[in-house]
Design a protein around this ligand. Structure first.
Ligand SMILES: Cc1cc2nc3c(=O)[nH]c(=O)nc-3n(C[C@H](O)[C@H](O)[C@H](O)COP(=O)(O)O)c2cc1C
Ligand code: SF4
Length: 450
């Protein structure tokens, strides 16, 4: 029998009850006293509803600097690990697994574009792999970005890799089941791998292999602390970058990168097609009209982007991007299939995957596990509808689909520090109807067994 979404799976000895995972999404839980409660509130419903694997959103490996969005929760200290144990216990109680994603933003860091954060942290300097590309420097000259960067010395690169390792050690202490590297989304790992960003002349730049050396070093540092626990990474491909952006990571480079990841000891990969920039190519969908027009956020948008006129320009750029990066069902499937043909690693596929039949078709052909991101904002207990579980009295739909409409109204307000929640009334109403009909309930034995 070919596997389907309900078939158990394994990643490097980690048993998973099924092949559905929650893709990493920023929880914006912050570092305050309620951070862990907020993380539990956000992540536990997916586990309780049956998701086999939960990827927590990215956590910075340093307390200072390297954050890519407001209100991230760092993993840079042992006391944080003590607190996070409550989260991992809550997930494990439902038979699910949870993996910590580690990140550093490099030149994508928050203070480069978020004015209030910059004002509160005037001394923060960004870690740059090389001098930022000309286009980004031009954006800085036009006042859209604010760079104050230090190109990493060779010794700095080793220090940063060691911080990834230390954070992984904290994750083990906190009870996580594995480590996931934020290897794409224009974070510092992608910046090292990408010929667009990396023009170094030391051991971390020059050839294709040298550009991957940082990824290798980070893996070594992590492995030393996590032993046999699975270590995964996103694999960046930059084919969605505007045509004038050169050089960049091609799909063939992404496949080579995945092969290299296998050789150096990673246990699974998540190949993603994106751009050289942090844009809507990662979250393909419609222009978030409603979120940009929402009166509740106008003052905050103006504060974040440096005035109402600038906020309007950012919204206009967003509109262009949405046109360019239209929604495509399972937009990473082809790339995943290519990676699966050349490596023996489990391949995880995410991006625009919404329906059960589509998931069954992907599992075993394009990938080994399928991930869902934004739809969890609309339906925190979505797995109960997608997986083959006994629901309380309702007849499972033939081919259940997430109700999410890919409009990105959940994502844009996060720039102001707002929580990631669905903000599209028709979608919320559909979810309420489903809740009333009991579609998110599971039988008590399913809840208990995970
Ligand atoms: C608001 C938001 C936050 C995200 N945060 C992360 C993150 O922290 N780390 C990461 O690797 N990907 C992140 N992603 C990308 C998702 O993991 C996923 O790849 C993307 O949303 C596409 O999947 P979807 O179409 O199912 O939403 C984020 C996406 C969104 C919309
Ligand atoms: S706002 Fe709601 S419908 Fe729109 S992308 Fe986000 S979760 Fe989906």
């Amino acid at each position: 029998m070919p596997p389907d979404l309900d078939t158990p799976a394994e990643i490097a000895g980690l048993d998973l009850p099924n092949r559905l995972y929650r893709a990493p999404l920023l929880e914006c839980a912050g570092d305050g006293p309620d951070a862990i409660d907020r993380l539990v509130d956000e992540l536990e419903p997916a586990a309780a509803a049956g998701a086999g694997l939960i990827f927590q959103g990215a956590m910075p490996v340093r307390r200072e600097g390297g954050r890519v969005a407001p209100n991230m929760t760092h993993l840079a200290s042992p006391d944080r690990a003590d607190d996070l144990r409550r989260l991992t216990d809550a997930i494990h109680d439902h038979g699910a697994r949870i993996v910590a994603q580690l990140d550093h933003g490099g030149v994508r860091s928050l203070e480069t574009w978020h004015r209030p954060y910059r004002a509160a942290n005037p001394d923060l300097r960004q870690l740059a792999v090389s001098k930022p590309p000309r286009l980004l420097r031009l954006a800085a000259r036009a006042g859209f970005l604010d760079y104050d960067f230090d190109v990493l010395s060779t010794a700095d690169v080793y220090d940063l890799a060691a911080d990834f390792g230390r954070a992984a050690g904290h994750a083990v202490a906190a009870g996580y089941d594995g480590i996931h590297l934020a290897g794409a989304n224009m974070g510092i790992i992608q910046q090292f791998c990408s010929p667009y960003y990396n023009r170094r002349s030391d051991e971390f730049g020059g050839s294709f292999g040298a550009r991957l050396r940082f990824l290798e070093l980070v893996h070594e540092e992590i492995r030393e602390r996590v032993g046999d626990l699975p270590v995964l990474t996103k694999i960046p491909v930059e084919t969605a970058a505007p045509p004038f952006v050169r050089p960049r990571l091609s799909a063939a480079d992404g496949v080579r990168l995945a092969e290299h990841a296998e050789r150096i000891g990673f246990d699974a990969v998540v190949p993603v097609r994106g751009s050289t920039f942090w844009d809507l190519s990662l979250v393909r969908g419609q222009h978030p009209e409603q979120a940009w027009g929402d009166d509740r956020f106008q003052d905050d948008y103006a504060a974040v982007f440096g005035g109402r006129a600038r906020a309007r320009l950012v919204a206009a750029a967003n509109r262009l991007q949405a046109h360019y990066y239209d929604f495509e069902p399972a937009w990473n499937a082809d790339l995943c299939r290519q990676v699966r043909e050349t490596t023996s690693l489990p391949v995880l596929c995410e991006g625009g995957i919404r329906g059960r039949a589509e998931m069954d078709a992907l599992v075993g052909s394009a990938c080994d596990l399928v991930g869902v991101g934004r739809p969890f904002y609309a339906e925190p207990r979505l797995p109960a509808r997608l997986l083959d579980v006994e629901t309380n009295g309702t007849t499972p739909t033939e081919d259940p689909h997430a109700v999410c409409e890919n409009c990105n109204n959940c994502a844009v307000p996060q720039a102001t520090g707002a929580r990631g929640v669905c903000r599209t009334p028709s979608v919320l109403e559909a979810a309420v109807e489903l809740r009333r009909a009991g579609a998110y309930e599971r039988s008590p034995s399913d809840e208990r067994d995970g």
